[in-house]
Design a protein around this ligand. Sequence first.
Ligand code: ATP
Ligand code: MG
Length: 299
Amino acid sequence: MRKPASDDVCIRFDHASVERSGRLIWSDGTFSIPGGSVTAIVGTNGTGKTTMMKTELGLLPLSNGRVEVLGQPAGQANDRIGYVPQSYTSDIDSNLTAEQSVLLGLTGTRFGIHPVNRQDKERAAGAMRFVGVEDRAHARLSQLSGGLRQRVAIAQALVCNPKLLMLDEPLANLDLASQRATVHLLAQLNRQLGMTIQVVAHDLNMLLPILTGAVYLLDGHPHYARMDDVLDSDLLTHLYGTKVEVVTTPQGDMFVAPDTDVSDGVAHDRFKTTEMVDLHPRHPEAGEAYENPTANQQD
Ligand SMILES: Nc1ncnc2c1ncn2[C@@H]1O[C@H](COP(=O)(O)OP(=O)(O)OP(=O)(O)O)[C@@H](O)[C@H]1O
Ligand SMILES: [Mg+2]
């Protein structure tokens, strides 16, 4: 079973509750998510997944309790957080070029005041290279497919070299190939850059190979479970709402794979076990090549 790259706490909820328009959305969340982890936030529509990310960003106040992110009260470490909101494609100004959009991740708070300098452009180029859209830098977003726009949105979130990347339903509205490509990209960010990742998702099949845990919004309360605390495949299958099995890799690693039944003969939204072994995150000390396109371009 994979372990996160670090035991440092990245996100800490302490008896946290949130109300919107006077209505309790969820309450009494108490859990800690370690640094270097990949965590899904799971729940049906309207249970408060987006609300949870917004409380972590300090954009919504808590009605009770505390949330700390990267060692600080929610909202105070946002310069070290990359955020890809839900429905970014419809919210985004499609007349912007990909490069302009990515630069907003650096200049968003000072746009119009601080001119873009060469270092900013190099950092944007590095982020676009990492997500594979460097050749579309001067294309307008309106000319790009949904999958490419999403990569641009991820590049915008990455350009400030965040410690924590939060993505709200990044797989929604993508075809299977683009979903797979996104999962590969997240695996790379986690493994190569040691980034902590949090992802809102409805269907966990695609994400299973890279997940270290999940926050479940059930019964009006957030519950957190680490994958390596839950090695029982029946329990995992119940929790994840999808068929799950536990596999031992040649490295002795235990991890969780979806059922590989292909009796319907239809291409399905799952990774093969061999692909999962490849995607499965490892400890940094395992000798993974470390190549951060933006690390050397910090101020
Ligand atoms: N601006 C708002 N003002 C008041 N209530 C809101 C607002 N936005 C959302 N809500 C309510 O908060 C609850 C949680 O919404 P949220 O968007 O966090 O859910 P979600 O789990 O992300 O849903 P989805 O799966 O549809 O994205 C919903 O019941 C919603 O009606
Ligand atoms: Mg939502």
